[in-house]
Design a protein around this ligand. Sequence first.
Ligand SMILES: *Cc1c(COP(=O)(O)O)cnc(C)c1O
Ligand SMILES: [Zn+2]
Length: 426
Amino acid sequence: MAFVNGLKCRECDREYSSEALNVCDFCFGPLEVVYDYATISEVISRDSIASGPLSIWRYRDLLPADSEHPVDIMAGYTPLLKAHNLGKKLGLKNLYIKNDSVNPSFSFKDRVVSVAATKAVEFGFDTLACASTGNLACSVAAHAARAGIKAVVFIPSDLERGKIIGAAVYGPTMISVEGNYDEVNRLCSEVADNYPWAFVNINMRPYYAEGSKTLGYEVAEQLGWRLPDHVVVPTASGAMFTKIWKGFNEMACLGMLEGVDSYSFGPDQNTVHHPAVTTKMHMTQAAGCSPIVTAWENGSPHVMPVRPNSIAKSLAIGNPADGIYSMRVINNSAGTAYAVPEDQVVPGIKLLAETEGIFTETAGGVAISGLKHAVESGAIKPDELTVVYITGNGLKTQEAVESVVNPLTVKPFMSSFEEAFNHRPE
Ligand SMILES: *Cc1c(COP(=O)(O)O)cnc(C)c1O
Ligand SMILES: [Zn+2]
């Protein structure tokens, strides 16, 4: 069973029992999971984690769902690679890639959906649903198939083909909405009020978001229970960004890190900052949809919604739910935020592919070009241990890199091959 006391409003501290609810009845603030950390600290250890499954469920003690029967298609436990070639190109000696593009449905969304789907089954829902920018639809459809429940996925109609097919193949009911993600989300909020469905990122959102903490835990574990000096994270709603930070702080507070003493979580668990957590959190968005970066640059206390127009469709959320909270994480961690110019997204994809053999989607292009900027601006120093999160797979956004396709076409004869090969363009 999960070590969860219930839910709590981030704004007014009102407490709720564990139910399928994401906003406070009182002030409309977002609800977050409250853990029983005293008990967790008694049961969790590096050994208990190491003996767990090779998925996010190895961190079951810190996830808010019934870990005896998880809906598990083996999300997580993805590779952390030392990036020698890319590091050399950028001038970094200690660069690592957290390659989450190799998850079962090919994005980090499997982490959050595995938790939400498990919780949905626990609550007795028979339908899993979502408002998606693309990858979420794929993951919801996949996990619903695994759980043997129905799926209804809502997507913007202008989505990349790879994401439409990558979701449809699992057999969900797919609703293609003629509008952008924020309009899809608005519609889904209304649907969620009228249909008894588990919308992973609406009424299940408090549980769903917790799944991203595992991106923090895994990096700590894979670095030998240390934290990086810097992380670079492609961001849409800001949920993943805040949860990576939370994951790092939980590891520190529970005394899991090398040479770090445990520490009280204090009254507001969700904003705890262990003094030994010195990782700087760098946020990257694409310039065509960068409301959080803009607010951070202006020092504004509010995130002004924008109308997205970006090649990075998986990051195209104009009204980000966790915008304010992710700005606080940037500031508390002494991090930065950067809007990658639209014409630098594809070069980021190609740079990663050509140096490290990893084919990422447009969000990954935003991450890599954002990393490059952070190095060039001096925010990241050559010796500092840096992790860049690659959150989605390039086979889903093939349209973006169509121009790389330029084969030498030859007849099936040696002479034809040699003629073409010897005159190939540089
Ligand atoms: C959804 C998504 C993100 C952004 O996640 P948020 O938690 O909404 O900030 C980043 N990368 C990929 C590939 C995604 O699908
Ligand atoms: Zn409230």
